[in-house]
Design a protein around this ligand. Structure first.
Ligand code: HMG
Length: 390
């Protein structure tokens, strides 16, 4: 049995449209630096009505299932907190759109932004048990807050897909983890609401407290300490949160590193998040793709620390090692092209998209073609969502 398991490939997708926070600041007659610097965000993805967690997920995973060995995918674990059905797993639509084997297990996982990490750890355990198999982990979410609230500028959307295998080509995941769980109401979304309820300042406090406690729990089981890590990936509700978190962890560990050295340990993880926004479950892993694809130095052999946080709350600290030759297995150019091709929304268009009613059942509700992606939600008929490949 192989004990070396981890991320073999990683790919992400986001919406065709984005809204620039400069336009939001202009409308609010506030300083754009409140967003660009204060929360560290420039743009946020806005899903159109034919884009949702399924279309973004299928698009993210598409490049990972093109080889003949996609038949070896034995499970598809789909993490989200933007569920489209109370019963059926969103991953089943993705399974069909991607033409995966009928002998594949599909399930949806939920715990706010944390569940992608649960999916990754479960995937590693499944692959350790059957090293000839592969597990497809997908995280896909649309972050929506009320207009004219502090959360508004931290909206966004995106999906990430990771192929988890034995002897992975990108990142080996270490088995040791540190957890911290507590029952708190910092952010939640009851079934009858489209937007999240959030106690913003409290949520950042709980995030930092959970980081310290999960790290302490990690230290109790891992021989790795702060100085063993060259880079750190944090859950990214907005970029400044990661900067604050990293300073907090550095202080807990009484580091002698300068503020510039600390910033260098996370800067490359923030590049995509700054222009996509919060993608909840996907955000830390889009941060990992950002690090691997934007780092000027070769990361082979270096250790990365991961802090995953999901409100409510569950936190996990874990680690991974970058594999030699990883740079040959990335989708850097595709991701650059995707982000480059997105279309900006004016404030009026943003508001129109924000308020447009959710597609519901019935032929009279034709869903306009908007996405430039391969997959779209075409209609809802007899209460069945119809996804098509373009
Ligand atoms: P806010 O009202 O923007 O806060 O809300 P603020 O007024 O404190 O401003 C933020 C920063 O901007 C401050 O800097 C200001 O000084 C600065 P800081 O003190 O933090 O260093 N600032 C400026 N900087 C430059 N130029 C200027 C300027 N003006 C002000 N002109 C808050 C911030 C996070 C509360 C809000 O965005 C929010 O409610 N967000 C949603 C909740 C959230 O993201 N929480 C994060 C932790 S919980 C989490 O991560 C889980 C989550 O992803 C959900 C899940 O798990 O499913 C959310």
């Amino acid at each position: 049995m192989s004990s070396v398991v981890g991320i073999d490939q990683i790919s992400f997708h986001t919406s065709n449209h984005f809204f620039d926070l400069r336009s939001l600041a202009e409308h609010q007659e506030t300083d754009p630096n409140k967003y660009y610097e204060g929360i560290g965000q420039e743009k946020m993805g806005m899903a159109a009505h034919d884009e949702d967690i399924v279309t973004m997920a299928a698009e993210a995973a598409y490049p990972l299932v093109q080889g003949d060995d996609s038949a070896a995918i034995s499970s598809l674990l789909f993490a989200t907190e933007t569920g489209i059905d109370q019963s059926k797993a969103a991953g089943i639509y993705v399974h069909r759109l991607l033409g995966l084997s009928n002998n594949c297990r599909v399930v949806e996982l939920k715990q706010a932004c944390f569940s992608a990490t649960a999916a990754l750890q479960m995937a590693c355990a499944l692959v350790a048990r059957q090293p000839e198999k592969k597990v497809l982990v997908i995280a896909s979410d649309i972050a929506r807050y009320e207009l004219n609230t502090p959360g508004e500028a931290t909206q966004g959307c995106g999906a990430v897909a990771m192929l988890v295998t034995a002897n992975p080509r990108l990142v080996e995941i270490d088995p040791e983890v540190g957890n911290h769980v507590e029952d708190v109401m910092d952010f939640w979304r009851p079934n009858y609401r489209k937007t999240a309820l959030v106690d913003g300042k409290y949520s950042t406090k709980i995030y930092l407290r959970s980081l310290k406690r999960a790290w302490e729990n990690f230290q109790a089981v891992s021989s790795l300490n702060f100085n063993d890590f060259s880079h750190f990936c944090y859950h990214l509700p907005f970029s400044r949160m990661a900067q604050k978190a990293h300073q907090h962890l550095a202080k807990v560990n009484k580091t002698t590193l300068t503020p510039e050295q600390l910033e260098a340990q996370i800067a490359d993880t923030l590049v995509y998040n700054r222009i996509i926004g919060n993608s909840y479950t996907a955000s830390m892993y889009i941060g990992l793709a950002s690090l691997l694809e934007n780092s000027a130095e070769n990361l082979a052999g270096q250790r990365i620390g991961f802090f995953s946080y999901g409100s409510g709350s569950v936190a996990e600290y874990f680690s991974g090692k970058v594999v030699s030759g990883y740079e040959a297995h990335l989708f850097t150019a595709d991701h650059a092209a995707l982000l480059q091709a997105r279309q900006p929304l004016s404030y009026e268009e943003y508001i129109h998209l924000y308020h447009a009613p959710d597609p519901t059942d019935g032929g009279e509700h034709v869903i306009p073609v908007s996405t430039k992606g391969r997959f779209r939600l075409a209609s809802i008929s007899h209460h069945k969502r119809e996804y098509v490949a373009l």
